[in-house]
Design a protein. Structure first.
Length: 316
């Protein structure tokens, strides 16, 4: 039982995000008909009166929200007037407008479809702009799997940024433990697990100044219980990341903090090495940084590297 609790704790904490008070305007986009369940909430950061030539689409992490892209959005808008950032609320997380869906996901394909639909919405608004997907933690899993599942030769974006992707299970996690999560989810898929019960009070440093157990409870979008099938889905996505790397077809930037609890530098370099040699790919490791790079003390350095990489994409 301890092994299962440790694994679930690692899944929850490793895919978590950090929050701050929302300051950007929240827009709800409602599709026609009875498609209430497909409503998107999102935030934007862009210069007024400027038509962007590049748009970053943010996919936030576990227990996160679109507002997690505030620091990045404000940085880019100040320094790159023709860059815009759009970040949406991920299905099944704490800002999902359908309360019954919070803490659950029926099929990861729903995440991919949401991302592609939101991308189409952005493309309709900015038809001449290049589109960059920027996934953090769980968002990196969603973006990578969505891209690798797209039809060959028809990528839905022009570039990919993966911030703190969890690319494999740590060596101390025996293979039977993820398998046990799958069995539990198959038996009781809708059973919900409280974070406190499975974490055993474990405090994991997520930035230089915060641990997850302290930060998450202050967020208005915090979810106390998640379904076993959501946790099993995340385990499958992690297990499939290295295979996805081999299918990437767009320029890719991978960002990793050397103090990240969940993966080592060598873990992420192993993932990076699987990206096809003909794909422009860049890896950046920040030795003193932690899991949530957009809120860590090294974030300005991270944002500068991201900005330089985005400018290169303008020239592709």
């Amino acid at each position: 039982m301890f092994g299962l609790r440790w694994l679930l704790s690692a899944l929850l904490l490793g895919l978590a995000s950090v929050g701050c008070a929302p300051e950007s305007y929240l827009v709800i986009n409602q599709k026609g008909g009875d498609a209430e369940s497909e409503t998107f909430g999102y935030r934007t950061w862009k210069r007024k009166g400027v038509d962007p030539d590049l748009v970053v689409i943010g996919i936030h992490g576990f227990c996160g929200a679109s507002v997690d892209y505030k620091n990045l959005g404000e940085h880019l808008v100040r320094r790159q007037p023709k860059t815009a950032v759009y970040a949406y609320e991920v299905r099944g997380q704490g800002s999902d407008p359908i309360h019954e869906r919070r803490g659950d996901i029926g099929n990861p394909a729903e995440w991919y479809a949401d991302l592609e639909a939101f991308t189409q919405l952005v493309e309709e608004r900015h038809p001449r702009a290049k589109i960059i997907w920027y996934g953090e933690s769980m968002g990196a899993l969603i973006a990578t799997h969505a891209l690798s599942s797209a039809p060959p030769g028809k990528p839905p974006c022009d570039g990919l940024v993966l911030s703190s992707p969890i690319v494999r299970f740590k060596d101390e996690i025996e293979p039977w433990k993820p398998a046990l999560v799958q069995v539990a989810a198959a038996t009781l898929p809708l059973a919900r697990v409280p974070i406190d019960a499975i974490s055993g009070g474990q405090a994991v440093q997520m930035t230089s100044e915060s641990v997850h157990t302290e930060q998450s409870k202050t967020n208005s979008y915090n979810i106390e219980k998640h379904t076993l099938r959501l946790l099993a889905t995340l385990a499958k996505l992690i297990d499939g990341m290295n295979g996805c790397a081999e299918k990437l077809e767009v320029p890719t930037l991978v960002l990793h903090g050397g103090q990240d609890f969940f993966n080592s530098d060598s873990d992420v370099r192993g993932f990076f090495a699987r990206i096809p040699a003909n794909i422009p790919a860049t890896y950046r490791n920040y030795p003193d940084a932690h899991h949530l790079l957009m809120y860590d003390e090294d974030r300005d350095k991270v944002f500068r590297d991201v900005g330089k990489w985005l400018n290169l994409r303008r020239k592709d």
